[in-house]
Write a protein that binds this ligand. Sequence first.
Ligand SMILES: Nc1ncnc2c1ncn2[C@@H]1O[C@H](COP(=O)(O)OP(=O)(O)O)[C@@H](O)[C@H]1O
Ligand SMILES: [Mg+2]
Length: 131
Amino acid sequence: MLSESAEDTMRIAEEYAATLRPGDVVLLHGELGAGKTVFVKGLARGLGIGEEITSPTYAYMNDYGGVLYHYDCYRLQSGAQAEALGLCDYFYAGGVCVVEWPENIADVLPEGCREVTIRKCGETAREIETA
Ligand SMILES: Nc1ncnc2c1ncn2[C@@H]1O[C@H](COP(=O)(O)OP(=O)(O)O)[C@@H](O)[C@H]1O
Ligand SMILES: [Mg+2]
């Protein structure tokens, strides 16, 4: 799908949210500034979360009432580190998990994850691939 603005990306994410079931883990791929966190904002809107979504870069994971767990693994070095921080338990807690930079913790991700890839094609153009 082509997104031409941040609002487009949020709408795409909102529609994608309707395809998710509790317990799903969504891996979000894309370079810095691609729009992964923007996508999560739309996802949260689609899941009926009223709280504002902020980037969990320093906290690693934000918990939105057990409905949505938003991970940013940019600063994690390994799956073992995520495990040691207790971050892996939430993959099995029954909420939707969405993970930025899943590559950094690849060895501790559950089986059967959903995948979203965002590619920058211009200043505001993005190609969004969902599965
Ligand atoms: N089509 C688009 N989709 C998403 N974000 C966009 C788009 N066009 C411009 N942007 C801007 O790109 C930035 C994406 O930031 P962010 O979501 O934090 O990226 P990431 O989490 O992938 O590092 C935001 O400033 C957003 O406004
Ligand atoms: Mg981000």
